[in-house]
Ligand binder design. Structure first.
Ligand code: NAI
Ligand code: MG
Length: 397
């Protein structure tokens, strides 16, 4: 069989460091592939006025599978200031290239697993009944709708007359906002469609079925956000009844869920939510299993284009350290999700076993696992560097 080609997109800041180490781990695992690098991120915004050049889109179109590090996004005005001078009069507006990728390829399904590693000093602990300390084992996968909702990008400040007038036809808009001058109104919409809502629910239930999770929890707010969350809840009820009678459907509100998170996280299995609530609840669960150094993700389209990335950002303050200090596990785990996706499950399993062994042994720990403040000198004080963590995992392989 011909070797597969993976599009690597290191992006900005620590993205490159974690991706480089991940590629070493992949190589050591026996996974065979060719890699082509796709340009993405701040550098290309500054130089070309486009953080997601067309050539990168073409690469992904061709090879289908991407490994992405992280990018830096900055507010509108700052982005404009950093644009190279000859591009400043071209009315360019910065928008996040990773959001751009999701929308361009309709990477509508996002999965974010959060699973406790035994021996991780960052595991959440709580006090139990007799005051004893308990360490709940979390094994949750969050399915987040990745392209619509509040992050769909349909928004205005000082909307046009036409838009404003349309909103004024809604009695609640008229009542609550109708007296505010148009220039002082900013609107971000939350649009859900039936098709994509169905797709994310279906993936969530299918995952629960395939991997034996006993419940799917819809984490929205249907009692208040009646049209969008409400539609999702109704569709989930129907799907459960018709297609998955053996899987329980739980319904929690996002705010209450964030509170229950620390009370009984071990009770949850698959969680499904719209874009923003999925983003929030997945960060919440990630906090229970070690935080951003451990939070991995996959996103894919129905057409089979898929991008795998750690949940964390580019952590610019650590980007210029001579020795990279950040934890590469989130990126390596994301690569394992890629291996699962392309049916290299046994290699993914092997890497996860190696990671588990390093964590349980406890000899090699990055600064976050050592509970140190992230500074350039953490490596001199006993924390493993990004490379040393990857080396330890490779040694276990
Ligand atoms: P961040 O995730 O880059 O960093 C937050 C903090 O988390 C860091 O200061 C560090 O203490 C810790 N951290 C992150 N990754 C870590 C790792 N692998 N190991 C150990 N500790 C780690 O988020 P922040 O500071 O809010 O954003 C920085 C930049 O990243 C911004 O420009 C933001 O827009 C961008 N960003 C990009 C994302 C992406 O590429 N998908 C996601 C989130 C933020
Ligand atoms: Mg997030």
């Amino acid at each position: 069989m011909a070797k597969r080609t993976i599009v690597t997109m290191p992006g900005d800041g620590i993205g490159k460091a974690v991706l480089d180490e991940t590629l070493r781990v992949l190589e050591a695992s026996g996974f065979e592939a060719d890699y082509v690098e796709g340009d993405i991120g701040w550098e290309f915004w500054k130089k070309e006025g486009n953080p997601l050049p067309e050539r990168t889109i073409k690469l992904l179109e061709k090879h289908k599978i991407g490994l992405f590090g992280a990018i830096t996004s900055k507010p509108k005005d700052e982005a404009f200031d950093e644009l190279s001078d000859e591009l400043k009069d071209k009315s360019l507006v910065y928008s996040s290239p990773i959001v751009g990728l999701r929308q361009h390829f309709n990477l509508e399904i996002c999965a974010r697993p959060c699973k406790t590693y035994k021996g991780n000093p960052l595991n959440f602990i709580r006090r139990g009944k007799g005051d004893e300390v308990e360490e709940p084992l979390v094994d949750v996968v969050i399915f987040r709708q990745n392209t619509e909702g509040l992050y769909g990008g349909v928004e205005w400040s000082n909307p046009s007359e036409k838009v404003y007038d349309a909103f004024m036809t809604h009695p609640k808009f008229k009542l609550n906002f109708g007296k505010t001058p148009k220039e002082e109104v900013s609107i971000s919409t939350r649009i859900f469609t039936k098709e994509r809502t169905y797709n994310i629910l279906k993936e969530a239930f299918e995952h629960a079925k395939k991997y034996g999770y006993k419940s799917v929890t819809l984490c929205e707010k249907p009692n208040v956000i009646r049209e969008t969350s409400g539609m999702m809840y109704k569709m989930a009820l129907e799907m459960q009844k018709n297609d998955y009678p053996n899987i329980e459907l739980w319904n929690t509100n996002i705010d209450a869920q964030m509170m229950w998170l620390t009370k009984n996280p071990e009770d949850y299995g698959v969680i499904v939510a719209g874009n923003m609530f999925g983003d929030i609840v997945s960060d919440g669960f990630a906090g229970l299993i070690g935080g951003l150094g451990f939070a991995c993700s996959a996103q894919w389209s129905k057409e089979g284009i898929a991008v795998f990335e750690p949940t964390h950002g580019s952590a610019p303050k650590y980007a210029d350290y001579e020795t990279s200090i950040v934890n590469p596990i989130a990126m390596i785990e994301s690569a394992c999700m890629m291996l699962d996706f392309i049916d290299e499950k046994s290699i993914a399993k092997k890497i996860r076993i190696a990671i588990a062994a390093v964590i349980e042994e406890g000899k090699v720990r990055t600064y976050d696992m050592k509970k140190m403040r992230g500074k350039a000198d953490v490596v001199n004080n006993g924390a493993a560097s990004t490379k040393e963590m990857a080396d330890a995992i490779i040694a276990k392989l």
